[in-house]
Design a protein around this ligand. Structure first.
Ligand code: ZN
Length: 130
């Protein structure tokens, strides 16, 4: 199977064409917060790539957030595909994002649920469609 090239060296690890600093980097540094659920989802994937557990925890719903998060330093994420979204816009308070996140040796297919808490999108939980 041919290897798919999902990003250039300049684009953000989340798959969008902008550089990291003006894409997910703004959310990771608290300079901005993700305006829609899909951008939060992308920034969380990007935080997995960059092993930013603190960002993952602070964008997790307080109701479902784990006490701590131990990221596997051997995990090599290779790309993110957004497959479907519902709600999650500036006009919504809930939303879902269905995605496939690939890593060396496999991929994760998840439908994640997001809610706004004090105006900011946070991850609630996910399930694994078919
Ligand atoms: Zn990004």
């Amino acid at each position: 199977m041919p290897r798919r090239v999902t990003m250039t060296t300049r684009s953000c690890p989340c798959g969008l064409p902008e550089a990291y600093e003006v894409c997910c980097g703004r959310f990771h540094s608290r300079a901005a917060s993700a305006p829609i659920a899909e951008r939060l989802m992308r920034s969380r994937y990007c935080a997995f790539v960059r092993q930013d557990a603190a960002y993952l925890l602070r964008t997790w719903h307080p109701r479902t957030r784990p006490e701590r998060l131990d990221l596997d330093p051997g995990m090599r994420w290779t790309g993110l595909e957004i497959l479907d979204t519902t709600g999650g816009s500036a006009f919504h308070t809930t939303g879902t994002v269905t995605f496939r996140a690939s890593y060396r040796g496999g991929s994760l297919h998840e439908r994640s649920r997001f809610e706004r808490v004090d105006g900011a999108w946070v991850y609630v939980d996910g399930d694994f469609p078919g």
